[in-house]
Design a protein around this ligand. Structure first.
Ligand code: VG1
Ligand code: CO
Length: 544
């Protein structure tokens, strides 16, 4: 195998965000842009020579091209085995699982997750380490530092690999395997959930379902798991073919983006269960017949009922949530007498807690949840969890949610996103808010008394590392909270996220629209940060 050293020039904007490096496709198409980043990753790793590497993506535009580049750089850097998803497709949780199962030293995931795809849209790359976890901050910081000085990369010379056929190929001492994207992952799911029970309730028609793959990576996974393995009627999986532009939409599983599914689930002909996943298959949207389950409630409900699922029948050792996620799971943890950890936003912060066996289950408000079976959030896992729960309890989604609120109370919750704001303006808004924090404590705002206002700084309980400035939180004496963050996954301007929550045990409020129940806090959130006043915007772009 001929190996060439190609000289290159550094770029100064390759700092990974919440979940890898995300940029416009056009940015990735600049000369050596992707090559630099891949080589910088190898330059920051030590024991990869002779090891295996997993490569796959969510099927968006540029995925196939990027895979061929990575193959050649990985070969030149001394990898001895490459595992590549058929057609270049691998979901994020599937990559995490493959790394662990085949003891690879890591994996590259080509995805910008829920961001739109296409020649003028977004692309992204994320590196996961040997535990299956996304690279921790120390490593992403080191990769970024390396990209600022890189002046060469290594490339092997051979023909492009045919990724459309499942096969195995030897090139000198390198083995390249194009593997079925679904088999290993589906096998893992059968080890956690009661597939016999699910097949029974689906075939005897006591449980009907619709899954929206949003033309993204979960299409082939869901077709195989729901329609082939669990015998759901053909057509139960919609938008099942992965497309390079996701059919023009945002592959973001929420009521705004998953419109076809939402319309069906809130109609008289709704099936019992509806769900969707995002571009790379790590998020989940859970719906019942005319019912929406907020991700924070979903997480709490899963934790409260975990022992009903075969994979968790021994109970949970602990749980964790990201800081802006509602406190519903805290109540469950207290009830179960297990620890509950609060981490910064982004799945990478759960990795150490899972590895150290401090937690079994964890999740985020942004439609993500998972367990110790992989080191990523896992959309289809959460969906199978809910299906298993419904089948086991023989109750509807609505009944399960109400039962939970009756027992634990309801954490009324909403997130408001203001997207593509001018970067300078957003930074100014945020800095002004930060400056106010010290003055808020003890003050009464229309009956809401601030008990604590600070910026979240995290110390990892396992390795002691610090992560600063992870969001502003304002807490009130009745337990209500307003949290502000600037997104770390956007590619245009800045996105301001405002998270609002309030707890109630008043059953008459259980069915009220959260936008109404939270109205006084939503008004306060604006009073503190003045995003509408300063931008002239009337409403958030997305409300979840
Ligand atoms: C968002 C979510 C965060 C999630 C991240 C990656 O980040 O808020 O909870 O972990 O996306 O999800 P941010 O920084 O934009 O708020 V995914 O499905 O894009 O890998
Ligand atoms: Co995702």
């Amino acid at each position: 195998m001929q190996i060439t050293t190609v000289s290159s020039r550094p770029y100064n904007d390759q700092k990974p965000g919440t979940s890898g490096l995300r940029k416009k496709v056009k940015c990735f198409q600049q000369p050596n842009y992707l090559e630099n980043y891949i080589q910088a990753t190898f330059d920051c790793m030590t024991d990869y020579k002779g090891q295996a590497l997993v490569i796959g993506g969510d099927g968006r535009f540029y995925n196939r091209h990027a895979i061929q580049i990575i193959i050649k750089i990985a070969a030149a850097n001394g990898c001895r085995q490459l595992l590549i998803g058929h057609q270049g497709l691998l979901s994020t949780p599937a990559v995490s699982h493959l790394i662990r199962k085949y003891q690879a030293f890591g994996g590259f995931i080509l995805s910008a997750s829920h961001n739109p795809g296409g020649p003028d849209k977004d692309f992204g790359i994320k590196f996961n380490i040997a535990s299956g976890s996304a690279a921790p901050e120390q490593l992403t910081d080191a990769i970024f530092a390396r990209t600022l000085e890189i002046n060469r990369y290594y490339r092997a010379t051979f023909d492009d690999i045919d990724i459309n056929t499942i096969h195995r190929l030897e090139i000198d001492t390198l083995t390249v395997s194009v593997i079925d994207s679904v088999t290993d992952y589906a096998q893992l799911m059968t080890e956690i959930f009661d597939f016999d029970l699910l097949r029974k309730v689906i075939t005897n028609k006591s449980l009907s379902l619709c899954f929206d793959a949003m033309h993204a990576v979960t299409g082939p996974y869901a077709k195989h798991i729901f329609e082939t393995m669990l015998s759901a009627p053909p057509g139960s999986v919609i938008n099942a073919t992965p497309l390079e532009d996701f059919g023009g939409g945002h592959p973001d599983p929420n009521l705004t983006q998953a419109q076809t599914l939402a319309a069906l689930m809130f109609s008289p002909s709704a099936p019992d269960f509806g769900a969707a996943s995002d571009g790379d298959g790590d998020r989940n949207l859970i719906l019942g017949n005319n019912t929406y389950v907020t991700p924070s409630d979903s997480l709490a409900i899963m934790a409260a009922n975990a022992q009903l699922i075969p994979g968790y029948h021994q109970g949970l050792c602990g749980v964790a949530r990201s800081m802006p996620t509602s406190q519903a799971i805290d109540r469950v943890a207290q009830y179960l007498n297990i620890p509950c950890f609060e981490t910064p936003t982004g799945w990478k912060f759960f990795g150490n807690l899972l590895d150290a066996k401090k937690i079994t289950l964890c999740g985020e408000e942004s439609f993500g949840s998972s367990s110790n079976h992989v080191r990523e959030k896992d959309g289809l896992w959460a969906i199978l969890f809910w299906l298993n729960l419904i089948a086991q309890k023989n109750k509807s989604v609505k009944e399960i949610v109400h039962e939970h609120w009756l027992k634990f109370g309801r954490d009324i919750y909403s997130r408001h996103d203001y997207e593509a704001l001018d970067l300078t303006l957003a930074t100014t808004l945020f800095n002004q808010l930060r400056d106010k924090l010290a003055t808020l404590s003890g003050k009464n705002f229309n009956g809401y008394v601030v008990s604590h206002a600070d910026e979240f700084n995290y110390q990892d309980p396992v390795d002691g590392s610090h992560s600063k400035n992870q969001g502003i939180r304002i807490r009130f004496t009745d337990g209500s909270r307003i949290v502000y963050r600037l997104s770390g996954t956007d590619t245009v301007g800045a996105t301001l996220r405002i998270y609002i929550e309030r707890f109630t045990q008043d059953t008459t409020q259980f069915d009220t629209d959260p936008q109404i129940s939270l109205a006084p806090l939503i008004a306060l959130a604006e009073q503190f940060c003045e995003v509408k006043k300063k931008t002239g915007l009337k409403e958030p772009d997305v409300i979840t």
